[in-house]
Design a protein around this ligand. Structure first.
Ligand code: ADP
Length: 377
């Protein structure tokens, strides 16, 4: 039985909001996404009101869950600070999942570490981002194969597909199941290749995910970070949405990142985008672990000959200039595209091949940089 937006709205109309009117008339609801029994929406209020609305969020979630045919509900409370208003209360570390003040456009002030405002994910030693200045450079392919490379180095690894505009983990992993809920109503990540994997693409159709608005990006990612039973992980790799806009900046600032890997192609344009990515992470005091050059050179699938069709060494040169590690170059090769798009990533499906070795070498450098953090945890 499929649930309609109207059914959801009808049930929400019965909830009285702190503004004295029905929730549906309080002018706080985002568009409702309802497909296949999965319902998502957000309640958008001012940061100063956020605490008063948390119980409404919980009530809304329970009410919608009670509609016959609903299998998954995610209601996010997003709080935006009005310019000039007092800072919102500190983000609660536990107990109120779904409340995540959004500090869009506001990098941390003063010398304090942004970590102080970002509670850690229990059980997860290090969260790292894989980012790119623009789409289509192979960021998701790199994120998954990097995660597998880290696995091959003996680490317990999770992968969060935070690219809610275009989640690609269902395609790259072949996973199509819907995450189950545990007794605490936390989502249990799907498992494949020895990784714990979570993607908004497991919950909504791709087209639905594309229409999510700015503040919802943060709240959806927050819920996938915090309302998921990740278990004990050494590293959680977050596949970021491409680009360096407000949504990405807010994520970089609010997710407790221990570092970021930037994926770039060798073309100059993409390097400019990569530089923007670098600047974004520096702005929010997240260490850049290094740059990966993807589609670095063309390797002929027939004769194995290497052609530097975009020139060579651009990213390495750029990394040196910017003072960040150059983690390695990955060729443009049929095997990487084919395995990626077939849901059988090359590090897992061809573990003894040359590409797996390249990804593992990159993962080794990332692991080395995170050693201290992982050991401390
Ligand atoms: P992004 O996440 O940056 O949008 P994807 O990882 O989805 O990019 O990759 C875009 C396309 O490029 C996919 O079809 C993928 O299989 C392909 N691709 C990525 N990296 C490589 C590579 N090194 N060689 C060949 N194809 C690649």
């Amino acid at each position: 039985m499929s649930v309609t937006q109207q059914q959801v709205l009808d049930s929400l109309a019965r909830i009285k909001s702190p503004r004295g009117v029905a929730l549906t008339n309080a002018n706080v609801l985002s568009p409702i996404s309802a497909s296949d029994g999965k319902v998502f929406f957000s309640i958008n209020v001012d940061a100063a009101e956020a605490r008063a609305w948390e119980s409404i969020r919980v009530e809304a979630e329970a009410t919608v869950r009670a509609i016959p045919g609903v299998t998954t509900v995610m209601v996010a409370l997003t709080a935006e600070r009005k310019p000039g208003s007092a800072p919102p209360p500190p983000t609660p570390s536990r107990g109120t999942p779904g409340v995540q003040p959004v500090h869009a456009h506001k990098p941390p002030q003063g010398g304090g570490s942004p970590m102080s405002r970002q509670s850690e994910i229990p059980g997860v030693a290090a969260v790292i981002a894989v980012a790119s200045g623009k789409g289509g450079v192979g960021k998701s392919t790199t994120a998954l194969n990097l995660a597998l490379g880290l696995r091959d180095h003996g680490l317990k690894v999770g992968l969060l597909d935070a690219d809610i505009y275009g989640p690609s983990m269902p395609r790259l992993t072949g996973l199509r199941d819907k995450p189950e809920l545990n007794n605490e109503r936390k989502m249990i990540p799907l498992r494949r290749f020895g990784l714990a994997i979570m993607s908004i693409g497991f919950l909504v159709e791709e087209e639905t995910a594309m229409i999510w608005r700015g503040p919802m990006v943060m709240s959806a990612v927050t819920q996938m970070l915090r309302d998921v039973e990740w278990g004990q992980l050494d590293v959680l790799v977050v596949d970021m949405p491409p680009g360096t806009g407000d949504a990405q900046l807010t994520l970089a600032q609010n997710v407790p990142l221990k570092g970021a890997v930037i994926v770039s192609t060798p073309q100059d344009l993409s390097l400019i985008d990569a530089r923007r990515g670098l600047a974004m992470f520096r702005k929010v005091n997240v260490p850049v672990l290094g740059i990966v050059e993807n589609m670095s050179y063309f390797q002929c699938p027939h004769c194995g000959t290497r052609s530097d069709i975009f020139g060579h060494g651009g990213a390495q040169h750029e990394a040196e200039k910017l003072g960040v590690p150059f983690l390695g170059e990955i060729p443009l090769h049929m095997a990487i595209r084919a395995t990626s798009d077939a849901g059988t990533p090359v590090v897992d499906s061809e573990p003894d091949g040359p590409y797996a070795a390249i990804y593992r070498a990159i993962a080794g450098q990332v692991r080395d940089q995170l050693k201290g953090v992982i050991a401390a945890a």
